[in-house]
Write a protein that binds this ligand. Structure first.
Ligand code: UFG
Length: 324
């Protein structure tokens, strides 16, 4: 494997995976429509192609010319709330447009296809931690669109022999030295806490403290973005196609994340308890044994302290994110 196409390489996870792959000596081409990504997030060493996955001819053309060994697909919309209001946007992009990329990969003989899937494909699971055999019952169009594309890949592997890995991220967080999280608008917990600490927001709203959890706030499995990047590289060499859950196996509540951020920064977070946010499962924790075994994945930054510290450093270095 040498030449890698990274669709969505201008987004949060895609930009950091691009950087990680470039550091390992791969040749990276980033394809991005810049709908939510940032041109400045594209690593300077990567070739950049501005293209929309909806443009099937252009995607085929890029793949023919690039002769890629592998495709990593991060180019999706990912706001759960928005998906409940505009499902069409999610099914068109995350499913139909993704099929253009998968078809081009098949036609051009790509040897591995790595897909950004999500814990949202599980909905509200009946058992915890969530393993690959846990039933997938999404509760929003975002999760459903990702699950549909997992199924497309399954059938493409059966019928066309396309080797794939669907990596189901739990809560991606943290930063590398160069790249970090800059969503507009921002809806994720850790960047919102850090913005509050930097005075960019008045306060953090804790969405519900009456859940059936030890401190009443929701529990999530926060996984360092560089550990996710490592899993993508390992997935290129998986012996066979498969789906893998990626988390640390440690659940942390919103309140525990606030305490960890206060410890890292030495500052107090101004917060207020607000009503529950619609569609938030109380607890999501991954079992990632399969990835450890089959992909030889070895996460290295499992503490919340490490994750938040890396994000904090990035926030201080780039106070306006990717905005010039
Ligand atoms: N939260 C707050 N206040 C905020 C923001 C978040 O209390 O201002 C809470 C949420 O209620 C949740 C936790 O912090 O309990 C984490 O919320 P995030 O928005 O950071 O992340 P989610 O767990 O909602 O979402 C993540 C991914 C999604 C994916 C989902 C799977 O970002 O893409 O996990 O369930 F769909």
């Amino acid at each position: 494997m040498k030449k890698i196409l990274i669709a969505g390489g201008a987004g949060y996870i895609g930009s950091i995976c691009s950087e990680y792959m470039l550091n390992l000596g791969y040749e990276v081409t980033v394809l991005d429509g810049l709908f939510t990504g940032h041109r400045d997030a594209v690593d300077l060493r990567a070739e950049f192609v501005h293209a929309d996955l909806a443009d099937r001819e252009k995607i085929f053309d890029i793949c023919r010319k690039g002769e890629f060994d592998a495709v990593m697909h991060f180019a999706a919309f990912s706001l759960v709330g928005e998906s409940m209001n505009v499902p069409s946007k999610y099914f068109r992009n995350n499913l139909c447009n993704a099929i253009n990329l998968a078809d081009a990969a098949v036609e051009t003989g790509v040897k591995a296809f790595v897909f950004s899937s999500t814990a949202a494909t599980f909905g509200i699971p009946e058992t915890m931690p969530i393993s690959e055999s846990t039933a997938q019952k999404p509760i929003n169009p975002y999760g459903e669109s990702k699950l549909c594309f997992e199924k497309v890949l399954h059938w493409y592997s059966q019928i066309h022999g396309l080797k794939y890995a669907a990596l189901r991220y739990f809560n991606a967080a943290g930063a590398s030295e160069l790249h970090g999280e800059d969503h507009r608008p921002e809806s994720h917990l850790i960047p919102i806490i850090l913005q509050t600490l930097r005075g960019k927001r008045d306060k953090l709203m804790i969405f519900g403290d009456d859940y059936d959890t030890p401190d009443g706030s929701c529990i999530r499995d926060y996984i360092h973005i560089l550990d996710l990047a490592q899993a993508h590289e390992k997935a290129l060499y998986a012996p066979e196609s498969g789906c893998y859950n990626l988390g640390t196996g440690n659940g942390l509540s919103v309140k525990e994340i606030i305490s960890a951020a206060e410890e890292v920064t030495g500052k107090k977070v101004n917060f207020e308890v607000a009503p529950r946010r619609a569609g938030d499962p109380p607890r999501l924790i991954a079992c990632s044994e399969l990835a450890r075994k089959k992909l030889n994945w070895q996460p290295r930054h499992e503490s919340a302290h490490d994750i938040i510290e890396s994000a904090w450093k990035w926030h201080l270095k780039f106070p306006d994110g990717y905005e010039k």
